[in-house]
Design a binder for this molecule. Structure first.
Ligand SMILES: Nc1ncnc2c1ncn2[C@@H]1O[C@H](COP(=O)(O)OP(=O)(O)OP(=O)(O)O)[C@@H](O)[C@H]1O
Ligand SMILES: [Mg+2]
Length: 366
């Protein structure tokens, strides 16, 4: 997957930007607040996922304008594609090769990309919801149908939680929960199995990458932690186990008015040499963990789809030491990469590389 042309109109601080990226390395450099992340963000939106910065699309329209537009021409192995995105105050409109997609979700699996930015550290440092989000985005990038299970699940969960409140107030009978428990267990089992299979795959890839990044000093171990503590491997058994766990926790759920079992309560354990990376790892080790997860995600996309995803590295080079920077550049030498930084100096020696100066919402090749 290679972006051959990029254009943006009234997207954040960009009025009218157009450039032709290199098929490999692209350096976007400039001072703070000039628009580097804006470009990365606008490319990322073509994955069909929300921005990594905000869910408020209105913020992306240039101040004083009515709508924003971004266009990408990108090549896949079989096709030359033209994709455009229009954001107005009321809607987002995606068009791919002349066909309008009825929702951004329909873009999932069309344009594939992986972004690594300072926000990526939240996978290690923040609450389980960040790790579930990481897994959900990673899985939906290779299995777009997965998202429909997630949407269905969150509706069932909202209904079950509403019913818990009614039961606690004496407005509904406890038995009415059983039908929702069955539904939750059924869809929850599908989601859990998708995530388990993904983590199984990622655990191998990411620990190998971590070994190389760290020079073999520590070992990275990933494990999917299920709130239902099920050890089932097939869908029937998994559904049964989640259902049983829901039954077991029913009274406390009614007391606490929340559903305590299911994939919305699961977590991804990320350990270094058997210790939690969240509380024991140093800043540098945490960064290496997050980088290993992201590169692992990119590698899996490439393996499953046969296409190299576009790699977006926002503001991360300066945070890595020389050895890690070297590893990253070597690892990604066959990928199309967009790297933002304040100083392009040490990239000028690279072959097959274009360098762009980003200044006050404009982009100039140097
Ligand atoms: N809707 C908008 N309209 C106009 N300008 C905007 C809009 N949204 C953001 N900006 C401007 O875009 C700039 C931020 O751009 P961006 O985050 O891409 O900077 P950057 O080059 O990545 O900087 P840094 O090096 O600090 O990360 C800010 O100056 C901000 O005011
Ligand atoms: Mg930035």
């Amino acid at each position: 997957m290679i972006i051959t042309e990029y254009a943006a109109k009234d997207f954040r601080n960009m009025s009218d930007v157009r450039f032709n990226p290199d098929g490999r390395t692209n350096i976007l450099f400039g001072e703070n607040g000039q628009g580097k992340t804006n470009i990365i963000e606008s490319i990322w939106l073509f994955t069909g996922c929300h921005s990594f910065r905000t869910h408020k699309y209105q913020e992306m329209i240039k101040t004083g304008r009515k709508e924003a537009g971004v266009k990408l021409f990108y090549d896949t192995q079989e096709l030359q594609n033209e994709a455009s995105l229009r954001i107005s105050s009321t809607k987002r409109e995606f068009v791919l090769n002349g066909i309008q997609k009825d929702s951004p979700r329909r873009f999932l699996g069309e344009f594939r990309s992986v972004v690594f930015s300072p926000y990526s550290l939240s996978v290690i440092q923040n609450a389980p919801v960040e790790r579930r989000r990481f897994l959900d985005i990673a899985v939906s990038m290779i299995k777009p149908a997965y998202v429909s299970h997630l949407i269905k699940y969150s509706k069932i969960l909202a209904n079950r939680n509403a019913l818990l409140k009614q039961i606690a107030q004496g407005a509904a009978d406890e038995d009415t929960l059983t039908a929702w428990d069955e539904e939750l267990a059924k869809t929850g089992a599908k989601i859990t199995l998708y995530r388990l299979s993904y983590v199984d795959n990622l655990a191998h890839v990411a620990s190998e990458i971590y070994r190389e990044i760290s020079g073999g000093r520590e070992q990275l171990k990933l494990e999917y932690l299920q709130s239902s503590r099920s050890d089932a491997v097939d869908e029937y058994e998994m559904t049964e186990n989640i259902f049983m766990a829901l039954q077991k926790n029913r009274n406390s759920d009614i007391r606490r008015l929340v559903t305590s079992i299911g994939p919305h309560k699961d977590d991804l354990s990320i350990q270094l040499d058997g210790m939690s990376s969240r509380s024991f790892a140093s800043q540098g080790q945490q960064r290496s963990c997050a980088l290993s997860l992201k590169l692992g995600e990119a590698y899996i996309i490439k393996n499953v789809s046969g296409e190299y995803p576009v790699v977006l590295l926002d503001d991360v080079m300066s945070e890595l030491d020389r050895q890690r920077q070297g590893f990253l550049m070597e690892y990604l030498k066959d990928w199309q990469v967009f790297i933002t930084c304040c100083d392009a100096g040490h990239f000028s020696k690279l072959q097959s590389c274009k360098i762009f100066r980003v200044e006050n919402g404009t982009v100039t090749e140097v």
